[in-house]
Write a protein of this length. Structure first.
Length: 340
């Protein structure tokens, strides 16, 4: 047998072994995926078409269940949040949508380290534009009209509960592509006076329906504030202390948010509240646990948010008026948006 023949036999044997190994891995992976989806109480997930308009009232969110659709956007009827899920094939770390426009914050895997990107999606989840994100994504919002999108990223540290972190909150006009990469470029009015400080951070943008007004959290000198932003004047004005991750109600009159409470553990410091913007009256919500999320208004009466779960996160709902009790909507889910 010649040397060339021996080499060919060796190469062929290696190819066969590699094929057997790959088939074994794929078979084991498929079995694991089926096992995960067959667990009692686990979600049923099938591939399909997903759009941000049409098809009735639905909830779209990041699927956290292990299996072939992990991290994909999935859809369920709003009236059946624990029902079968339709998976889109589009993966996001954070997501929000309104009026046929979505914002998807995703990782871009590189040979040395991951980077992050904000992707603007159309109603059929096709990419319209994308923008670099300078750190780990944490919050995402689209304005009611779909014209503006915002996102927040950590650029240092890894938790709002700590003190050594920095954030960047960006806003983009999805029609023109004009990007404000950081709200630190806006003029700040604090307690009626111009304010400047090196330690200012912003996060958790939420939009009003007028395509001009928005709200966010500002942190400076160890305190947090609710600020009202003006997209045309490029100003930020403080309104209320101790407000984080605001979420504006559909009628624009109330802000749902997390608030640090005295006596709570340092690593679980937040309780949920609703603020009436006209009167400044605060109402504590019936959720006894600490919540580190930006709430979503399902409707004028109900708020939805994430808490840690077996797959990473589960979604819960609580009445917005302080009555009732919190209850679990669905498991293995994060970053919901309600679409029609």
């Amino acid at each position: 047998m010649t040397l060339r023949s021996r080499v060919l036999i060796l190469v062929s044997a290696l190819a066969v072994l590699a094929g057997v190994a790959a088939a074994s891995v794929l078979h084991a992976s498929a079995r694991a995926d089926r096992r995960d989806q067959a667990r009692p109480g686990g979600p049923r997930i099938t591939s399909g078409r997903l759009a941000l308009t049409g098809g009735g009232r639905r909830m779209v969110f990041r699927n956290m269940a292990w299996g072939p659709h992990r991290d994909e956007l999935v859809s369920v009827p709003a009236a059946d949040p624990s029902g079968p899920r339709t998976a889109s094939g589009v993966k996001c770390l954070r997501f929000h949508a309104a009026s046929g426009t979505g914002v998807c914050l995703r990782a871009v895997h590189g040979p040395v380290q991951d980077t992050y990107r904000a992707v603007i999606l159309d109603a059929r989840l096709r990419e319209r534009a994308h923008y670099d994100v300078p750190g780990v994504p944490s919050r995402a919002r689209v304005s009611p009209s779909g014209r503006f999108a915002a996102w927040t990223a950590f650029v240092g540290g890894d938790s709002y509960a700590g003190t050594a972190f920095s954030t960047r909150a960006a806003i983009v006009d999805t029609r023109t592509g004009r990007l404000t990469p950081t709200l630190e470029a806006y003029r700040i009015v604090k307690d009626g006076r111009p304010y400047r400080a090196a330690d200012v951070n912003f996060w958790g943008v939420t939009f009003a329906a007028d395509d001009r007004t928005f709200y966010a959290t500002m942190a400076t000198r160890g305190s947090t504030y609710l600020v009202r932003g003006d997209l045309r004047a490029r100003t930020l004005t403080t309104l209320h202390a101790n407000v984080e991750c605001p979420s504006l109600s559909p009628d624009g009159t109330r802000i749902a948010y997390k608030k640090r409470v005295e006596g709570a553990p340092e690593d679980a410091p937040w309780h949920l509240y609703v603020l009436e913007l006209r009167t400044g009256r605060e109402t504590a919500l019936a959720e006894p646990r600490s919540v580190d999320d930006q709430l979503v208004w399902r409707d004028a009466r109900t708020l939805v948010y994430a808490l840690p779960g077996d797959y990473g996160a589960d979604l819960y709902a609580v009445p917005a008026d302080g009555t009732g009790t919190a209850h679990r909507l669905t498991g293995a889910a994060l970053s919901p948006a309600y679409v029609d």
